[in-house]
Structures are given as structure tokens and as C-alpha cells.
Write a protein that binds this ligand. Structure first.
Ligand SMILES: NC(=O)C1=CN([C@@H]2O[C@H](COP(=O)(O)OP(=O)(O)OC[C@H]3O[C@@H](n4cnc5c(N)ncnc54)[C@H](O)[C@@H]3O)[C@@H](O)[C@H]2O)[C@@H](O)CC1
Ligand SMILES: [K+]
Length: 513
């Protein structure tokens, strides 16, 4: 699904208007759809307080007020600015609200009695600030946001919770904490990334009648994978397939004391459908890995002090020739020897390479990524990303999308920047924001599972760009199913693997809608 920045949304609105869809019509649909969602939440007409700004976001709120009034709701419309400041379609709707004798007041006149009013409200609509928000929330808006957040009934935000910046998800001073956000045409970037995402509540996207071709004209460069899209990406299973048809993964990692990581990755690759997984580890820990799962093929590599030896690189690249994808990193450990192996594998590999964990930590300079002849997939968490860029975690987290995009385009790699809102950047700069998963997945080994899943999907013949988008989706969905069964407290990497099957089952059995 396309995700837009406020600038792209504005452009799409303008193109739609130019193509002959009046903005009064767009506003009408936006407001009516908002009212419909309110009716869905509150089927018995009750008392609704609507806070409206004077821009088009406020205009949507005025339309919602008209419909709710028409359907018998007791509507109290609170304007943040006096009615004579309204322009264009918002002014037209202000007049239409007056014509219906809707109860209208100005925030600054009523704010002292508003708390009482809010006490008897069944629902609040926040239509104060939308994609036109510029700078920190000012004046009465800040007071109104505080008041809305202090009361207890459900809050529906129109388009975006007021105070959240649509482009970045930053909170500009303060923001409305919504239970439901009804967003117009496409989700805005700021609704899907933190901290903005915390304010959104449930997200409902409504079609306001802007044709798809017009939306494509603004050249969207952010996307989110929906359930239907994920289903279509799942690799097909040949009914007469054999294990060779489903691909072979070579998972290289492990060190003394960290034998579990490559094993988790290998099992995840199998669970996502790979036909064969070979886990190659330092030879002294091979027996340990072998007893973790009899489904895994294991092999030993030359080692020094429980870690891969420098000369293991040629064996790895040779083994990789028989595989469809090589994953390097889980549990590898650190050190000069590892650094040499990582550099050599990047340069010599003839099959796509997934780099994770210590393989990322031992990239001496990202410039070596440019020397690869094959697609590289990097799956850093913010700490690993910060190290690759020689910056700190805060620097990464405050600008995740920009950082991911710059890295992927500069080094022509596929980047999965992990986190609560995992960002996937393709070498051409396209961004996917993953929308599945939960806090329970911040647990040891969770990243190894993701590495295995990406590798397992590539092995099955998925295009790299499909695999890097589908794997985080499925990883998150498996984590969500695991949480529903064992709680986010008790969720472990092993439980994520257990629930990969349930996640795939959900996708393959639910009806396309
Ligand atoms: N044709 C269109 O453009 C459509 C727009 N739509 C709605 O219109 C919204 C965008 O409308 P606008 O571009 O008019 O912008 P907004 O309505 O989001 O905000 C603009 C208003 O907010 C004030 N403002 C901006 N930053 C502020 C701050 N920090 N503190 C206090 N006040 C501030 C401005 O002075 C202006 O009055 C969307 O979010 C959506 O809800 C929908 O109605 C669909 C069609
Ligand atoms: K809003």
C-alpha cells in the first residue's frame, strides 16, 4: 500500500482538483467517512464533541459534524479559530453547519466550561491540525490537546493526530492521543513510525475518491505491506516439488558460547519453507549445533579459539556455490580473524549474502560493500547501524528512514533497519515500513530468526526485494501470534519460530478482501 508524505498528499489533492474533482467533494467524502467510523464506534447516537481547526482538517471535522447531526447525534462543535477566519471549502462547511443550527462555540470563549462538557461526552473528534501542521503546536491548540488527552472517552483523529508531523512522525510539542485515526486516501509516513505511531491508535484508511493513477503521479516512495500483498508474495509451493525445489541456505555463524544463534537462523529458514539448510560453524561446536535440531545439516569450519579461522573463507565461498543464498553473522563473535573472513566473503561471494550481527560489526568500512558482485542484504539493529555509520544510536533513531535510504542507495544494498517500526530500504531508495510485530520480540535471538527467514525466502526463489519486505512482515506476524499465545513477557526467539507456521497459515487461509 502506498504511503505518502504530506507534500505528496498535497500534490495528489491538487492534481485531483485539477482533474475535475472539486475539493468540496473531497472534503465531503473525508468528513462523511469520518462520521461513518464514529457511527460504527458509537451506534447509538450519543454526545460528540468536535474540535476543529480552520484549515482543511477542520473542514473535514465540520462535514463530520453535519452528518452526525443529521443522524441524530448531539453534536458540540468547538472551533479553534473564529468562523470568519475560515476559507474555501471549510468556510462553505462552516456556513452549512450554521444552517443546520449545530451548537458551535469558539474554544477561547468556552475553555473554562469545556471540561464539564467533555465529562458528558461519549466521543471526541480531533480535527484541529492535519498535514498542514508547521512548527511546534501553538497557542490554544496546545491547550485543547491537553484537554482532550486529559479526558477519558474515545478520541477519533481526522487524518493524523493533531501535533504529529506527517512527514517524520515527530511530535511537535504535544499531540492528541487517539484511539482511532481515520486517514484520507493513503497512510501518511508519520502514522507508521515512532513516536507518531504511538498516538495513532487503530488506523483506518479511507478512499476519498482520488484515482490511483493520480496518486501514482506523485511518485510515491514509501510503502507498507498489507496482508493481501503479503499473501501474494508468498512463494508458490510446487505440489510435486522435492527438497531441491525449495532452495538451499548456507547459514554461517556461531562461536564458542554462541552456538544457538546459527541454529535459530537455520530453523527459521526451514520453517519459512526452505528445502535444505546447512549450518556451518567452528568445528568444535558442530556437535552442539547438530543436537539442537535433527533437520539441520551441520558442518565444521577451521577455527581458532572457538571462532572461525581466517582461512575458513575459501571453504565458505566453496560451500556457498552449492547453496542459493549465504547468511553470515549469527553468533560469529568478533575479532581480526572474523573481520578478514567477512571482507573476503563479501568480495568473493557468487550468491546473494545476508549479513547480520557480528558480520555487520566486523565490516571495517562500508566501502567494501561496493566490491561485492552479488546482492547484499544487511539486517542491522540500531546499534549495528550506528557502528556502520560511525555515529550514535540516537543519531540513527531520530532519522531512521533517511539514514536507511541513504545507506541503501550509497552502497547499493538491501537494508533492513530493525526496530519497533522496521524500515526496509531498497537500493533504488524505495522505503517499506513494516507494520507487524510487538515489543515482546525485543528478545535474544529474534534477529537470528529474521536472518533465517530472509534467507529461506530468497532460497525459495523470491526476488530479493520481495524477500526483504515479506520476511519482516512474516517475522512480525509470527511474533504477534506468539504474543497472543504466550504473552509478550514470555516470548522468546524459539516461540517466534514455533509460530511461523501459524502466521503462514493465516495468510494462506484467510479470504482475499
Ligand atoms: N483538498 C485537500 O487538500 C484535502 C485536504 N484534506 C484535509 O486537509 C488537511 C490538510 O489541510 P491544510 O493544508 O489546510 O492544513 P491543516 O488543516 O492541517 O492545518 C492548517 C491550519 O493549521 C494552522 N497551523 C499550522 N501549524 C500550526 C501550529 N503549529 N500550531 C497552531 N496552528 C497551526 C494553520 O495556520 C492553518 O490554519 C488534511 O490533513 C486533511 O484532513 C481532506 O479534506 C481531503 C482533501
Ligand atoms: K487531526
Amino acid at each position: 500500500m502506498v504511503v505518502l508524505t504530506p507534500g505528496q498528499m498535497r500534490k495528489a489533492d491538487q492534481l485531483a482538483i485539477k482533474a475535475g474533482i472539486p475539493d468540496l467533494v473531497l472534503m465531503e467524502v473525508a468528513g462523511r467517512e469520518t462520521a461513518e467510523r464514529v457511527r460504527h464506534l458509537l451506534p447509538e447516537p450519543g454526545h460528540v464533541v468536535i474540535f476543529a481547526g480552520k484549515g482543511n482538517n477542520g473542514g473535514d471535522g465540520l462535514v463530520a459534524a453535519r452528518y452526525l447531526d443529521m443522524w441524530g447525534y448531539d453534536v458540540n462543535l468547538v472551533l479553534l479559530r473564529p468562523g470568519d477566519e475560515y476559507r474555501g471549502s471549510s468556510a462553505a462547511n462552516f456556513k452549512a453547519c450554521k444552517a443546520r443550527s449545530i451548537n458551535i462555540s469558539i474554544f477561547s470563549d468556552v475553555k473554562t466550561r469545556l471540561n464539564k462538557e467533555l465529562e458528558r461526552a461519549d466521543l471526541v473528534i480531533d480535527a484541529m491540525l492535519g498535514t498542514g501542521l508547521t512548527g511546534e503546536v501553538r497557542g490554544e491548540f496546545a491547550r485543547a490537546i491537553e484537554m482532550i488527552n486529559d479526558q477519558s472517552c474515545p478520541v477519533v483523529s481526522v487524518d493524523i493526530p493533531s501535533g504529529v508531523e506527517g512527514e517524520t512522525g515527530r511530535v511537535l510539542g504535544m499531540a492528541v492521543k487517539a484511539d482511532l485515526t481515520v486517514t484520507m486516501a493513503c497512510p501518511k509516513v508519520g502514522l507508521l513510525v515512532y513516536p507518531g505511531k504511538k498516538y495513532v491508535g487503530n488506523l483506518h484508511v479511507v478512499d476519498i475518491g482520488i484515482p490511483g493513477e493520480i496518486i501514482m503521479k506523485v511518485k510515491p516512495d514509501h510503502f507498507v505491506l498489507t496482508e493481501n500483498e503479503a499473501r501474494l508474495l508468498l512463494p508458490e509451493r510446487e505440489v510435486d516439488g522435492h527438497k531441491g525445489s525449495f532452495g538451499r541456505v548456507l547459514m554461517v555463524g556461531g562461536s564458542r558460547g554462541m552456538s544457538g544463534a546459527p541454529s535459530l537462523g537455520g530453523l527459521a529458514a526451514l520453517r519459512v519453507g526452505a528445502g535444505l539448510v546447512e549450518v556451518a560453524v567452528p568445528e568444535s561446536i558442530q556437535p552442539l549445533v547438530a543436537i539442537t535440531a535433527s533437520e539441520l545439516i551441520t558442518s565444521g569450519l577451521p577455527e581458532k579459539d572457538g571462532k572461525l579461522n581466517t582461512n575458513s573463507d575459501s571453504i565458505i565461498t566453496k560451500k556457498a556455490e552449492r547453496a542459493d543464498v549465504l547468511a553470515l553473522g549469527p553468533g560469529l563473535g568478533r575479532g581480526r580473524g572474523i573481520r578478514t573472513v567477512v571482507a573476503s566473503v563479501i568480495k568473493k561471494a557468487k550468491k546473494p549474502v545476508v549479513l547480520d550481527a557480528d558480520a555487520l560489526n566486523e565490516i571495517e568500512s562500508p566501502d567494501i560493500l561496493k566490491e561485492s558482485e552479488v546482492p547484499l542484504i544487511l539486517t542491522p539493529h540500531p546499534g549495528e547501524m550506528a557502528r556502520l555509520l560511525d555515529t550514535d544510536i540516537k543519531g540513527v533513531q531520530s532519522n531512521r528512514i533517511k539514514i536507511a535510504r541513504e545507506f541503501a542507495t550509497t552502497y547499493s544494498v538491501y537494508l533492513i533497519l530493525k526496530g519497533a517500526d522496521t524500515v526496509i530500504a531498497l537500493p533504488d531508495g524505495t522505503i517499506y515500513i513494516n507494520d507487524t510485530g510487538n515489543e515482546g520480540m525485543a528478545t535474544a535471538g529474534s534477529g537470528d530468526v529474521l536472518t533465517g527467514m530472509v534467507s529461506g525466502l530468497i532460497a525459495q526463489g523470491l526476488d530479493i526485494q520481495e524477500a526483504v519486505v515479506l520476511a519482516p512482515y512474516l517475522h512480525g506476524l509470527s511474533g504477534d501470534k506468539a504474543r497472543d499465545n504466550v504473552t509478550s513477557y514470555s516470548l522468546t526467539a524459539g516461540t517466534i519460530i514455533e509460530f511461523i507456521a501459524g502466521a503462514i497459515m493465516d495468510l494462506t487461509t484467510s479470504v482475499i478482501n
